[in-house]
Ligand binder design. Structure first.
Ligand SMILES: [Zn+2]
Length: 346
């Protein structure tokens, strides 16, 4: 079969299209023929490399694969050949206390496909059958591939950690990113008023279409000034929740935007992770800082159900053929996208 493979880190030139042997499903596993692949910022980190972090090279990249079950290993249950499925981007032992309590990202054996071990950037991928989630009727492969990492990560921040409730104000930084679009939709279905920030006027209407009540272009001046105006009109002094995966460039301002008792959830630091915080701000205002990586597979199944019911709708900027992985990652790096780039077979 054909697969993408990364033997060393760097630019697009390190993405190799190679011929390898098709994997066989072992006990409890299934082989899925990949039909679409959702790409994430993580895929870019895997290509470029991260100082101080060792990826297991050579590696088949590809974090959010979906497809059709093609073969079952001995004892594999829960899915059958021909089923359309999402391959959960996270994998864990399935047996420890963390896994049994829907906290699989805390499992000692937790890993991410396309980062910790081979991903879905190939004709086929093998995974434990219990880590496959059926795609509801009416949801396309491309839409299904756009759910995984952004939605499960956003769910962890908005629902699990920050516990957004009706009537709250939620600030979401980098509103055009897939995880922020997912967070916007999740905060809305939990009854919040959502304020997003974007760096481009063209993204304002798109963010509103994704559910944002107010959108601030942070390139037109300090976003906190416009935020204060919005909050003042609503009779508020801060937001209850801030979602920030930008890191260095925005983190402290996100914290300063919180009301007393506010919660800040983060899942990334695309502009850098070294941030200086005045602890007085943290304790005097009774703030909470909440970190999360990925999310529970049980939550992903809940999200997929909501997508099937039409309550959540992944936003895809564009689809590209499978052979265009390099171009797709360059687009992610350019930050010109609003929503996902998805590779499809057709
Ligand atoms: Zn476990």
């Amino acid at each position: 079969m054909k697969a993408w493979r990364i033997d060393s880190h760097g630019g697009s030139e390190v993405l190799k299209r190679v011929e390898i042997e098709q994997p066989k499903p072992g006990p409890g596993e299934a082989r899925v023929d990949v039909r679409a692949l959702g790409l994430n910022h993580l895929d870019l980190w895997v290509r470029k490399g991260v100082p101080g972090h060792q990826f297991p090279l050579p590696l088949i990249p590809g974090t959010d694969a979906v497809g059709v079950v093609a073969e079952l290993g001995p004892g594999a249950t829960g899915v059958k050949v021909g089923d359309r499925v999402i391959v959960s981007p996270g994998s864990s032992c399935g047996e420890c206390a963390a896994c049994r309590s829907e906290n699989d990202p805390l499992c000692a054996k937790y890993g991410i496909r396309g980062e910790t071990f081979d991903g879905g950037g190939a004709d086929s991928i093998v995974a434990p059958a219990r880590e496959l989630i059926p795609i509801p009727d009416g949801v396309s492969f491309a839409d299904a591939a756009a759910i995984g990492i952004p939605y499960v990560t956003a769910w962890s921040m908005v629902v699990r950690k920050a516990r957004v409730v009706p009537g709250e104000y939620v600030l979401i930084q980098a509103g055009g990113s897939s995880v922020s679009i997912a967070a916007t939709q999740l905060a809305k279905i939990h009854g919040a008023t959502v304020i997003t920030t974007v760096g481009d006027d063209a993204k304002i209407e798109k963010s509103k279409a994704a559910g944002a009540d107010h959108v601030i272009n942070y390139r037109k001046g300090p976003f906190r000034e416009e935020l204060k105006t919005i909050l003042k009109a609503a009779g508020r002094r801060g937001v209850e929740v801030a979602i920030d995966h930008v890191g260095k460039d925005t983190f402290v301002d996100s914290m300063r935007s919180l009301a007393v008792g506010g919660r800040l959830a983060t899942c990334g630091a695309t502009s850098g992770g070294d941030v200086t915080i005045d602890l007085k701000l943290l304790f005097f205002k009774n703030l909470s800082l909440l970190g999360t990586t990925m999310g529970a597979r049980a939550d992903l199944a809940r999200i997929v159900k909501l997508v099937g019911e039409g309550k959540l709708k992944p936003v895809i900027d564009r689809t590209l053929p499978f052979a265009k992985l390099g171009e797709a990652l360059d687009l992610i790096e350019s930050r010109k996208l609003f929503g996902k780039v998805v590779l499809t077979r057709d």
